[in-house]
Ligand binder design. Structure first.
Ligand SMILES: NC(=O)c1ccc[n+]([C@@H]2O[C@H](COP(=O)([O-])OP(=O)(O)OC[C@H]3O[C@@H](n4cnc5c(N)ncnc54)[C@H](OP(=O)(O)O)[C@@H]3O)[C@@H](O)[C@H]2O)c1
Length: 275
């Protein structure tokens, strides 16, 4: 089945994952604020998309935990506005969700069969966003991911950007947590997987992550190997970094339907080709 990606409308295309959207209409935040229901309806009515990808949301987890209203405004109200417009215009909706919908204490990677039990405002609001999407939009794809790398690394103020900056500036020792596990995922592979699901008309909830699990220590070590092989990477435990919210011990996900390449291969490609 052929799918016309020029008829896709994406909210949040200027972000990390959105930087791999090279098709369709991509209104900026300034052109359409998803928390403004009238603005969302106007944009959707204008473009008449066959599908809407929602990447825009509250992604600053320090802020979502300090300001729950910020998380609810974007991830709940914003998602509701987009889902309502998708429904009324008969569009497919793709909702980018997160492994943070899970409690984070399972010994193995979470699969699509596990029940969400979020512990944070971020996780709860993303879970509510999933429920809104699934309830309002008959043809939906909920694509959960985790620990995404991609886009301009200089714009990344989180883990990958910080480690890159530390290694580039010649810092001889960097630290990485070795007691929190996740599924590193290349934004480029995530978008490719979503495109496949869309073109196959495959709807439902999916885990979309590169193969394998890692700790931040594993990731920092893999990055050092590419950027500054003589850097010392030191493993530390969760108590080393004070955070505003409890960190889960396991954010890794696996899919019963989708297999992407190993994260190590994807990370090397990202560092060599984009950084
Ligand atoms: N990155 C990850 O590791 C990860 C993991 C799991 C799930 N996800 C989910 O994947 C999605 C995309 O993540 P990301 O890391 O690519 O996010 P990001 O880099 O923070 O980008 C967010 C995007 O949303 C836009 N945006 C923010 N507020 C908006 C508003 N009120 N109205 C319209 N647009 C708005 C931003 O535009 P401006 O910059 O102009 O405001 C930006 O384009 C999010 O829903 C996130 O929950 C991400």
């Amino acid at each position: 089945m052929s799918f016309d990606f020029e008829k896709v409308l994406t909210f949040g295309a200027s972000g990390t994952i959105g930087s791999y959207i090279d098709f369709g209409s991509r209104p900026t935040h300034a052109e359409c604020d998803i928390t403004d229901a009238d603005a969302v309806e106007e944009v959707v009515a204008r473009y008449k998309p066959s599908a809407i990808i929602l990447l825009a949301g509250a992604t600053d987890m320090t802020r979502t935990e300090a300001e729950p209203a910020y998380a609810y405004e974007l991830n709940v109200r914003g998602t509701y506005n987009v889902a309502r417009a998708a429904r009324s215009h008969g569009a497919v909706m793709v909702y980018a969700s997160t492994s943070r919908v899970f409690k984070g204490n399972k010994p193995d990677p979470y699969t699509e069969d596990d029940l969400p039990e979020p512990e944070t405002h971020y996780g709860r609001t993303k879970h509510i966003g999933e429920i809104i999407t699934a309830t309002l939009v008959p043809k939906h794809i909920i694509a959960r991911t985790s620990w995404v790398f991609g886009g301009k690394i200089q714009n990344d103020t989180k883990f990958y950007g910080k480690v890159f900056q530390q290694l580039q500036s010649g810092q001889s020792e960097i630290v990485g947590l070795n007691d929190v596990h996740g599924s590193p995922t290349y934004g480029k592979d995530y978008i490719a997987a979503i495109k496949t699901l869309m073109s196959e008309g495959n709807f439902g909830t999916f885990h979309v992550a590169n193969l394998g699990i890692a700790t931040r220590y594993d990731l920092a070590s893999a990055m050092a190997l590419q950027i500054k092989p003589d850097a010392v990477v030191r493993a530390v435990g969760r108590s080393f970094f004070p955070t505003g919210s409890p960190l889960p011990t396991n954010e890794s996900i696996a899919s019963k339907h989708i297999t992407l390449r190993p994260w190590q291969e994807a990370l090397v490609e990202y560092l060599n080709e984009e950084c």
